[in-house]
Design a protein around this ligand. Structure first.
Ligand code: 5GP
Ligand code: ZN
Length: 114
C-alpha cells in the first residue's frame, strides 16, 4: 500500500534497522523501544490488522512466530524469556495499520500490560 509506513520500510523508502528478512517477512528494530530489545516482525504483504486475517493470508502468521523464536535465540533472550504481542484496533493500542508483532525482551515484563 502506497501510504503505509511499514510498506515503505519494506520497500526501503523509509530507513530501518533490519534484524531479519526472508521472502515472507521483514523484522526491524522499533524506533521507540519499550525494552532493551524491541523488534517488529511484519508480513511483506500488506494486511491491515488481525481483523483482516483469513484462511488465504494467515499462513504467514505461524511463520512469524517461528521467526520470532529464532530472533529471540539470536538475541540470547530465549532462556530468560520474552513477549510477542500484536495490538489490534484503537483500544488495543494499534497505531500502524499494517499487522505487526512486537518482540519485546531484555527486562522483566509486567503482566497485565497497561
Ligand atoms: P502499534 O502501536 O501499532 O502496536 O506499534 C507500532 C510501532 O511502530 C510502535 O512501537 C512505534 O514505535 C513503531 N514505529 C512507528 N513508526 C516507525 C518507524 O518509522 N520506524 C520504526 N522502526 N518503528 C516505527
Ligand atoms: Zn503496509
Amino acid at each position: 500500500m502506497t501510504d503505509c509506513i511499514f510498506c515503505k520500510i519494506i520497500e526501503g523508502d523509509i530507513p530501518s534497522e533490519k534484524v531479519y528478512e526472508d521472502e515472507l517477512v521483514y523484522a526491524f528494530n522499533d524506533i521507540e523501544p519499550a525494552a532493551p530489545h524491541h523488534v517488529l516482525i511484519i508480513p511483506k504483504k500488506h494486511i491491515s490488522s488481525l481483523n483482516d486475517l483469513n484462511e488465504e493470508n494467515s499462513k504467514v502468521i505461524s511463520h512469524i512466530f517461528i521467526i520470532a523464536s529464532k530472533i529471540a535465540k539470536k538475541l540470547g533472550v530465549d532462556k530468560d524469556g520474552y513477549r510477542v504481542v500484536s495490538n489490534c484496533g484503537e483500544a488495543g493500542g494499534q497505531t500502524v495499520p499494517h499487522v505487526h508483532f512486537h518482540l519485546i525482551a531484555g527486562r522483566n515484563l509486567q503482566w497485565p500490560p497497561g
